[in-house]
Design a protein around this ligand. Structure first.
Ligand code: 0RA
Length: 391
């Protein structure tokens, strides 16, 4: 058991020797053209960084020395890959006096991997730990080997501590933790799903090798804040602009005097989708519809027919447009709030309050007629659309 870790020194500018200058020049080349080494600086390249490190651990498995790889996305968004292999050699090598740990992590051409006859993967893989190191703002290597735990830290590929020997241990293995450099990568947010899929694949391909993936990042909070309320809801449900019959959507709301019922409506016709009426009562989705939907449909059908006749797009003798025809291509959200909602139906998602029918009818009739009168050309476009799809 060797005790001769002869730790290399942290970089000291006045003491650069030839090999250190070469290392720096190499790293500058990598950081200047990261895409050439890691494939891209987008999400693909980011994930490739992880695969590069995992490749070494899989190689150690293929060499017959590791049967478990633990990958974690750490709380700071970094990546840690640990294996239970032999551990990167820590002893100083002649003539450089550097450890294999440091050479593997700093020399672009070092580490004539693999230690087996197989290379884990072709393509981009195999550019080496030094490339990952160069493209990481921080990297820590931790080795359990030769009876001790050892660590060394790097910044943008350059050692910032010596390889340091810590407490005694009987464990063996290598752990590499790195923080992809935000100055290099467009995103440093790894996709758990993407990593998981590739790691699962590697586990399938290497029977007897256990690979775990853990996400230690705090859950990302999602903030939904829509000052526009139902307008934003309809915009979210509606297809894209070219198929919109009118824009913006129609929206209105009203509340009765004694504040026992209120209704909000947003609606927009399009030529592309069959349309959808989404209704809510007291913020509960009313899948089975109910009185508020009936009120909406009744008023809408009558307002559209009245307007079509007023605009002389239909004659007095023409048959009324049906409710179904009027709803063709209409995305609408109708939300009512009631002091005492009655939920009926097999799944208790049908609104039963009769006053919702009369109140919604009254409000829709009033506001929609107003809107049609104030937006005659949009109203014409809507009615033409309905006439077109009805025939
Ligand atoms: C070269 C030699 C030896 C181990 C490794 C490389 C090694 C590298 C990595 C990188 C991640 N995990 C790793 N595990 C092992 C050891 C040679 C020996 O002990 O005889």
């Amino acid at each position: 058991m060797t005790e001769s870790g002869n730790p290399s020194q942290p970089v000291n500018v006045s003491e650069y020797d030839g090999s250190q200058i070469q290392v720096l020049e190499g790293f500058e080349a990598v950081r200047r053209r990261p895409g050439m080494y890691i494939g891209s600086t987008g999400e693909r390249g980011l994930h490739q960084m992880v695969y590069e490190v995992v490749t070494y651990a899989v190689d150690e498995h293929l060499a017959g020395h590791a049967d478990a790889i633990d990958v974690r996305i750490t709380a700071d968004g970094g990546i840690r890959v640990a294996d239970n292999g032999r551990g990167l050699p820590v002893e100083a090598q002649e003539p450089t006096g550097k450890s294999a740990v440091e050479r593997e992590l700093t020399e672009l051409s070092f580490g004539s991997k693999p230690h087996t006859g197989y290379q884990v993967s072709g393509g981009l893989s195999g550019v080496g730990l030094s490339v990952v190191n160069a493209l990481s703002s921080r990297l820590t290597v931790e080795v359990h080997r030769d009876g001790h735990r050892w660590t060394q830290e790097y910044g943008k590929g350059i050692p910032v501590t010596a390889l340091t020997r810590h407490e005694e241990t009987s464990k063996h293995g290598t752990a590499i933790a790195f923080l992809p450099d935000a100055d290099i990568f467009e995103t440093t947010w790894c996709s758990f799903a993407t990593l998981s899929q590739r790691l699962q694949e590697l586990a399938f391909l290497n029977a007897g090798l256990a690979i775990s993936l853990t996400d230690e990042r705090p859950a990302r909070p999602v903030r939904h804040d829509h000052a526009d309320g139902l307008l934003a809801h309809v915009a979210h449900l509606s297809p894209h602009p070219p198929s919109l019959v009118h824009s913006p959507a129609i929206a209105f709301e009203s509340q009765n005097e004694d504040q026992t019922i209120s209704v909000q409506v947003a609606m927009q016709w399009n030529t592309w989708s069959p349309g959808e009426l989404r209704s809510f009562a007291n913020s509960t989705r009313t899948h089975e519809g109910g009185t508020h939907e009936w009120g909406f449909r009744t008023a809408l059908t009558s307002v559209v027919n009245d307007c079509a006749r007023r605009q002389q797009l239909m004659s007095a003798d023409d048959q009324d447009l049906t409710a179904d025809a009027v709803h063709e291509g209409l995305t609408a959200v109708v939300s009512v709030k009631l002091a005492h909602p009655l939920f009926e139906g097999s799944t208790k998602t049908r609104l039963g309050n009769p006053e919702a029918n009369t109140y919604v009818q009254q409000v829709v009739r009033h506001h929609l007629t107003n809107w049609m009168n104030h937006n005659p050309s949009q109203a014409t476009a809507i009615i033409r659309h309905i006439l077109n799809t009805a025939t």
